[in-house]
Design a protein around this ligand. Structure first.
Ligand SMILES: Nc1ncnc2c1ncn2[C@@H]1O[C@H](COP(=O)(O)OP(=O)(O)OP(=O)(O)O)[C@@H](O)[C@H]1O
Length: 225
């Protein structure tokens, strides 16, 4: 049986939006692009896989447990131990250095003290930021900030690595580097990597793709008289 399965998922947002997501079967170690136009539900699907959101209906099986049947505390524990999430806007803590940002992430996963210090410095160094450990995010380039966010997402060695539009803020050269880092890091962790994108160029780099259909049409606005 597949390591990760989505079955019969729908997500309602208020009265207006009902998303029906395709059934999926994925395994640890797979790398897939998640495609679809704006509003088709890519971020929603990533949030459901991450345990950040419960679907309105359906089952979300990850490694033998159905996330929809877990308590909130159990889902928190799942997220901390199993999930690495690379947000589109990075969400780095501004008052903290690159190293401290990664330490904060490790702390959430329950890894603290000397072990955490060593792990954080090691991952940042592997990602080419060995000379930037003490820098605050505002003193880093966009590509460097993204690498700090990636280090924070992977330092606790998650099995499930989710990235939302990871190249949105980068030019082609930096986007190439970012995707290389993401895919190599996922491979070294034997993690399932799911990358949401609407960029055909990113999509073309992944042999496996999941395509979401167009979003429900927007309600027709009545013309003002
Ligand atoms: N918190 C929310 N409240 C109401 N509607 C929401 C909410 N989050 C998402 N939606 C709606 O659900 C649909 C899917 O949104 P989602 O962000 O998952 O799509 P997406 O494919 O990631 O879009 P994009 O490529 O623009 O980021 C959209 O119609 C969106 O407006």
């Amino acid at each position: 049986m597949a390591d990760v399965r989505l079955l019969g998922i729908t997500q309602r947002y208020g009265e207006e939006v009902t998303l029906r997501l395709p059934d999926l079967e994925l395994d640890w170690g797979q790398q897939v692009a998640l495609l679809g136009p704006s509003g088709s539900g890519k971020t929603t699907l990533l949030h459901i896989l991450a345990g950040l959101r419960l679907p309105s209906q359906g089952e979300v099986w990850v490694g033998g447990q159905d996330l929809t049947q877990l308590s909130e505390a159990q889902r928190d524990a799942y997220r901390r131990s199993t999930v690495g999430y690379l947000f589109q806007d990075f969400y780095l803590a501004e008052g903290y250095s690159a190293l401290e940002n990664v330490l904060l992430g490790l702390g959430v996963a329950g890894i603290r003290g000397r072990a955490a210090q060593g792990r954080a410095a090691e991952v940042l160094t592997q990602l080419g930021l060995g000379q930037r450990l003490g820098h605050a995010p505002r003193h880093l380039s966009t590509g460097e900030r993204q690498r700090v966010a990636l280090a924070r997402a992977v330092a606790h060695r998650p099995r499930l690595l989710l990235a939302d539009e990871p190249t949105a803020h980068l030019d082609r050269a930096r986007a190439t580097t970012a995707l290389d880092l993401l895919t190599q890091t996922a491979a070294s962790l034997r993690a399932l990597l799911v990358v949401a994108t609407h960029d055909p160029w990113v999509m073309a780099r992944f042999p496996q793709q999941i395509e979401l259909s167009s979003p429900p049409s927007a309600p027709v606005q009545e013309e003002a008289r």
